[in-house]
Design a protein around this ligand. Structure first.
Ligand code: SAH
Length: 219
């Protein structure tokens, strides 16, 4: 991260890391990324003082930045080692995008709301994050030009696995997807083994709906 860190926020961020450790997050790479990425810059100014609480916050356009614990748990499940090519659906605030940029080689992230994508593009440039490519569009269709992906992480809830995402996942790759109904889901991790997805359910979650051809209809 190119921007100098403000001292007050640094202390708050360290305390958040400790909170996440207390809640059972063990992956040192994930904890380090959370210690590095300035979450207060990814939330609206009016909620900046709450940026390092372990809580979800509104980010505009009816969307939310997830609770840090949820991001940490999701990233831990991906077991990234640094060399991976990752696809993210639902850039939102780009906070998780910035965490992924610390944990993987290349990140491709798709967002359907133009105002959120514009903000994310400006912030990631300002922070000097270079290994992220952003796309405006329907992420349920994936990003065919750069497939296959070693990991795919979906930041919105879907009724089923979007077929394009299944196709674009590499053999041995992991797909993380909140799956269920429109307002309650289970966080599931799918691993592609012999061309088939093996599913493991992790925990009940509440994500905003994944809107698109392979997700829910708008409205
Ligand atoms: N990880 C993000 C989560 C944002 S909320 C963060 O912490 O900030 C989920 C995001 O998914 C929203 O911004 C929403 O607009 C976006 N989204 C929903 N359906 C989508 C789709 N089909 N393609 C791309 N983005 C989508």
């Amino acid at each position: 991260m190119a921007r100098p860190v403000e001292a007050g926020f640094k202390g708050a961020r360290r305390r958040l890391v400790e909170t996440l450790q207390d809640k059972g997050i063990k992956d040192l790479g994930v904890l380090r990324a959370i210690d590095l990425v300035p979450r207060h810059l990814f939330v609206p100014e009016s909620t900046r003082h709450r940026a390092y609480e372990d809580a979800a916050l509104p980010i505009g356009a009816g969307q939310t930045i997830s609770q840090p614990y949820v991001h940490a748990r999701a990233l831990e499940l991906l077991q990234l080692r640094g060399a991976e090519k990752v696809l993210e659906i639902g850039t939102g605030s780009a906070y998780q995008t910035a965490l992924l940029a610390e944990l993987a080689a290349q990140v491709f992230s798709i967002e359907r709301v133009p105002s959120l994508l514009d903000k994310s593009r400006a912030l990631l440039a300002e922070l000097g994050v270079r290994n992220v490519s952003l796309l405006l569009g329907d992420g349920t269709l994936g990003w065919r030009d750069f497939a296959p992906f070693d990991a795919i992480v979906v930041g919105a809830g879907a009724p089923r696995v979007p077929p394009a995402l299944e196709e674009q996942l590499a053999e041995g790759g992991r797909l993380l997807l909140p799956i269920g109904d429109r307002d309650e889901q289970v966080l599931a991790v799918f691993t592609k083994v012999g061309g088939q997805l093996e599913r493991r359910d992790i925990t009940p979650v509440r994500f905003v709906p994944l809107i698109g051809a392979g997700g829910w209809p708008p409205g």
